[in-house]
Each structure stands twice: as structure tokens, then as C-alpha cells.
Design a protein around this ligand. Structure first.
Ligand code: AHR
Length: 551
């Protein structure tokens, strides 16, 4: 049986419509509410870290070359080699933090290969060689190192995002981690590496705060046991140079619901005393929703579904797989509390999203690229709502991956660029960044359907609310493939005015392509105020954002 760990190992070592009519009842929306949303402005759940809206970029397939980096001499509009449309859109969604250079690639990467004069940088075998196809361009297989730390930090600075670098724990010594920190953060003129940085045009330090200590150390990042990795973590994180700015170190954490990793890691860390926890900002959790087999297999290849051809059961199945991340966050948090009762260490969900079988690539040859549909917009919105509802636990999250990959916000090839359904969902959620998350109670009829001749249900409406001053932002997902929901929205102790924007389509498979870029885009939607409550019809298969101004 193929597992995710085996998949990555074998790809590296060896080779490696359904028409559905909906909207019945949308225009003729129920005259009476069938659902209720109650927002409790006095019940704060905590501040939503903007970093929950973070991104992930890896030297993998078309993410860096073609996606982000087109080169300064390209005919594609660019800012010194960085794709202009991408930078511009990321600014509009206030992208707060970007993780780089992987992923599995990170634990094979020597950061020194990617600095210094671009024409002197070495070419290396990319970690993902073996997963490529005959259509993959050479720079996806053999890393030219045209894009490295300087280019990445420049990308972040143009956008206004914080860089989050993942250090190599599997194949470089701890000293190289310290030297990478030195290269990025040592003051102007202070060290040989600061001088090297200055020669690339940046005398001022990059001041990189977020550092991952390896990636998926249970698998491609070293194949460690949790205890072995904890020992490595202590060694790699001990006496790193700070240059007056405390570093926020992220430890490689569990895959999915594997609590034995969380327990084993923390048990070993605190063996030397609870003070060791002060060295850890976050524990990384990865969760990909990939198994659409309806319980028939756990095989990594056979269990996957199709990105664009799916039936309503696949729709619910994917959302169910994705919604399980809420129980994972709660479960790991509980284990973390056993060793860290003050919860100094937070969760960093630095890889999340659906993962389908190959076949829907917008650019053939881009490995792990898939076409996001309306289903993925709903999935992503639901996931962001989950993070919003746990602001005290989740300090950062990074959607995997930014462009030309799994749950991408963007697709690009040469001079073509499109904001996907996922990118459109992120637009609706931007106002949550930095808001106070409010307890919100959703009551709505469940979505009932038949799963392999057995009755199944999924929740009816769900979402999150946040407050900044008098501005309340409410996001709501209606997962039902064919029924709208009319909800009465009550804000306890307040009166309000509201506007709404909705992301939906009459076809659950709808997606934005290079040729049809605006198939699924946010549209304004009517809101009515009746009997001191806001009333809103949530269309089937939709993501809605309500901007509410409290009186
Ligand atoms: O995002 C693709 C891969 O998935 C990453 O490189 C790795 O960390 C995970 O297994």
C-alpha cells in the first residue's frame, strides 16, 4: 500500500462531469428563515493572528520557476524578475507571511547555493526529480538556483509579508542553520556573510523572524522518531544568534492526527526542563484532505479523487476530510497542554489543503498542480473559519501551495495568470486579519445525502465572526450542493447595517481558467434588515462575507 511517506520516498528515489443543476429555491428563497446565526460581541475567543492567512512556496514543479520567478529579462511583466500580477494580487489580500523553500525540498537544500552572483550559482538535482514527467521543464528537475534567499526576501518585502524560512535538518549540520541566520540577520558590515548579503544589494539585515527547524521530520525531513527529532531540535535551536531580535522557531510537528508525535516530541523536549519550551514558538501540523475513497482504502494513490470531475458525495467527502482538522487542532492542543500547561507553544498549520490525483494541471508537466474549483473555495473558506475559531491555538497557517501547485490561489504559465477560486475565497477573508474572534452560534438544517446507499449528513451552515472597532466581519459557508439557507443573523446587544459579497456558481465544478478568468468571483449580494435582525439568503455551495457596521 502506498502511504504519503512512501509516495514522497518513491517519487524521489525512483520514478517518481458531471452536470449538476442547483439553485432551485435560490431566487424563490424561503420567505421564513430556516437558520439562525447568533454573534456574541462580548464573548471574545482571542485575536486572529494575520499569519493564519499565510502561504507556502517550494522549489517544486511550477511554483518558483514560471509561477513566482520569470526572470528580469522576461517579457512577462515583472518586478526585477518577480511576476508582477502575483505580487500585486498578494498585496490586495495582505499576504502576511510566506514559507520557503519547502516542504521536502528544504531538507535537501543548501542555502549557500542560492546566494551570491546569480550567474555563478550551481545547478543541483531537485528533490522532486523522479516525480516529474517528460513535459516538465529542465529547471523543475535540475535546480538552477536563480531564485534563492535574496530573491525570496525581495518577493516578501514587495508584498509586505514576513519571510518564514525552513532550515535543512536532514542533510546539513546545525552550524549551517546558524550561518543562514547570520547571512539574513547579522548587522550591516558585521560579518563576512553580512558583506556577501550587501554585495547582493541588501546591506540592511533581512531580520527574518520565523524559522522552521526542518520539515516533516517524521518522513522526508530525516525519518526520525519524535524523540530523535526532539534531540535534534534542541541541538539545532541552541544558541542561535539573535542580533537583538528574538527568533520564532517552528518545530516539525505531527502529520494529521498522529498525537504520538506531539507527545513523544514534547516529552523529550521537557526532559531537560520546561524552560526548553521557551525556545519553541510553534509546532507545525500538516493536514492534506486526500482520501475520497469513502472509507474503502487508505492507499495514498488509490484513495485520491479527481479535482474537477466529482459527484455531490465527493463534494461532501472532501469537506468532511477537511473539517477533521478542527478535531486535530483541539486534540494536539490537549496533548501540548500536558507538557506545556501555559500553552507557550502554539500550533502552526504550515501545510493544508486538498490533494487530488494528477490530471487537472493547467500546465502539463507541472507536478502536483491541480485545478481548484468552487469545491476548493468552499473547502478553503471552511478551513480559514476553523482557524479563526481557534485564535488562541493557531498562531500561523500556510495554504499549500501558493501558485501552480495543490490548493493554489493562483495559476500562471508564461504570460498567462489567473486568480483561482481559492484566491477569490481568500479575498473575502482578508478583513478577519487581526480582528477579535467572536463566539458565534450557527443553527441550520444539516445537509442530508446518501453515501453508498447509507444515509449521511454534513453540517448546515458554519463560519466565523471577528470585530475591529465597530466593524464586524462575518464569513459563512453553505456546503449544501442544492439548497439555499435563509438565516436570521442576530448580534446580541447591537443594531447594525450590513453589506454582503458571495462566491458561488450554478455548477459546483466551476473554476477559473487562463481563458475564462472570472467564472467564480465575489459578487455583491442583497441583505435585508427585518425585525431588528439581518436576514440573508445563503445560496447553495457558497462562501459569503458580510461586512457589518455596528451602531
Ligand atoms: O506540499 C507538497 C509536499 O507535501 C511538501 O513538500 C511536503 O512537506 C508534504 O509532504
Amino acid at each position: 500500500m502506498t502511504t504519503r511517506r512512501k509516495f514522497i520516498h518513491s517519487t524521489v528515489a525512483g520514478s517518481a462531469a458531471f452536470a449538476f443543476s442547483r439553485y432551485a429555491g435560490l431566487t424563490a428563497a424561503a420567505s421564513a428563515s430556516d437558520s439562525r446565526i447568533e454573534i456574541l460581541p462580548n464573548e471574545s475567543l482571542g485575536t486572529i493572528s494575520p499569519n493564519i492567512y499565510g502561504h507556502f512556496t517550494e522549489h517544486l514543479g511550477g511554483v518558483i520557476y514560471d509561477g513566482i520567478w520569470v526572470g528580469p529579462k522576461s517579457k512577462v511583466p515583472n518586478y526585477d524578475g518577480l511576476r508582477r500580477d502575483l505580487v500585486d494580487h498578494m498585496k490586495t489580500i495582505k499576504a502576511p507571511v510566506i514559507r520557503y523553500p519547502g516542504g521536502c525540498f528544504a531538507d535537501s537544500y543548501d542555502w549557500r547555493d542560492g546566494v551570491g552572483p546569480a550567474d555563478k550559482r550551481p545547478r543541483r538535482t531537485n528533490f522532486w526529480l523522479g516525480a516529474d514527467s517528460e513535459k516538465s521543464p529542465a529547471n523543475h528537475r535540475f535546480e538552477p538556483n536563480e531564485f534563492g534567499t535574496n530573491e525570496f526576501v525581495r518577493f516578501c518585502k514587495l508584498i509586505g509579508a514576513e519571510p518564514y524560512l525552513a532550515a535543512n535538518v536532514r542533510s546539513l549540520p546545525a552550524q549551517e542553520f546558524a550561518r543562514w541566520v547570520e547571512y539574513c540577520n547579522s548587522p550591516e558590515g558585521s560579518t563576512t556573510l553580512a558583506d556577501l548579503r550587501a554585495q547582493s544589494g541588501s546591506p540592511q539585515p533581512y531580520n527574518v523572524q520565523y524559522w522552521g527547524v526542518g520539515n516533516e521530520s517524521w518522513g522526508c525531513g530525516g525519518n526520525f522518531t519524535a524523540e530523535e527529532y526532539a534531540i535534534e531540535f534542541r541541538r539545532y535551536s541552541a544558541w542561535l544568534p539573535g542580533y537583538g531580535r528574538p527568533l520564532s522557531l517552528v518545530a516539525s510537528g505531527p502529520n494529521d492526527d498522529v498525537r504520538s508525535w506531539t507527545r513523544g516530541f514534547l516529552e523529550e523536549i521537557v526532559r531537560k526542563g520546561r524552560g526548553e519550551l521557551r525556545n519553541i514558538f510553534g509546532l507545525a501540523l500538516h493536514h492534506y484532505a486526500w482520501n475520497l475513497s469513502r472509507g474503502k482504502t487508505g492507499d495514498w494513490d488509490k484513495g485520491k479523487g479527481d479535482a474537477v470531475r466529482f459527484d455531490p458525495v465527493d463534494w461532501y467527502e472532501l469537506l468532511r476530510e477537511g473539517s477533521s482538522i478542527e478535531a486535530m487542532v483541539e486534540g494536539h492542543w490537549q496533548v501540548m497542554g500536558e507538557f506545556d500547561p501555559e500553552h507557550h507553544v502554539k500550533l502552526v498549520v504550515d501545510e493544508w489543503g486538498p490533494w487530488y490525483r494528477p490530471g487537472s494541471e493547467a500546465t502539463p508537466g507541472d507536478i502536483l498542480e491541480q485545478m481548484p474549483t468552487l469545491r476548493d473555495a468552499v473547502f478553503s473558506a471552511m478551513t480559514l473559519d476553523i482557524f479563526n475559531r481557534h485564535p488562541e491555538k493557531v498562531a500561523m497557517a500556510n495554504c499549500a501551495q501558493l501558485i501552480n501547485c495543490l490548493n493554489s490561489l493562483y495559476l500562471a504559465h508564461e504570460d498567462r495568470f489567473v486568480v483561482t477560486t481559492v484566491g477569490r475565497a481568500f479575498e473575502l477573508y482578508t478583513p478577519h486579519q487581526g480582528g477579535t474572534s467572536l463566539r458565534t452560534i450557527f443553527s441550520a438544517p444539516h445537509a442530508d445525502y446518501s453515501r453508498d446507499e447509507k444515509p449521511a449528513t454534513f453540517w448546515g451552515l458554519n463560519g466565523s465572526a471577528s470585530l475591529k472597532g465597530k466593524d464586524l466581519h462575518l464569513t459563512v459557508v453553505n456546503p449544501h450542493v442544492s439548497q439555499s439557507r435563509e438565516a436570521e443573523i442576530v448580534i446580541r446587544g447591537a443594531s447594525a447595517a450590513a453589506t454582503a459579497a458571495v462566491l458561488t456558481h450554478s455548477d459546483i465544478h466551476a473554476h477559473n481558467t487562463f481563458d475564462h478568468r472570472d467564472v467564480v468571483i465575489p459578487q455583491p449580494a442583497p441583505v435585508t434588515i427585518r425585525d431588528a435582525a439581518i436576514h440573508h439568503v445563503f445560496p447553495p455551495a457558497s462562501v459569503t462575507a458580510l461586512s457589518i457596521r455596528l451602531a
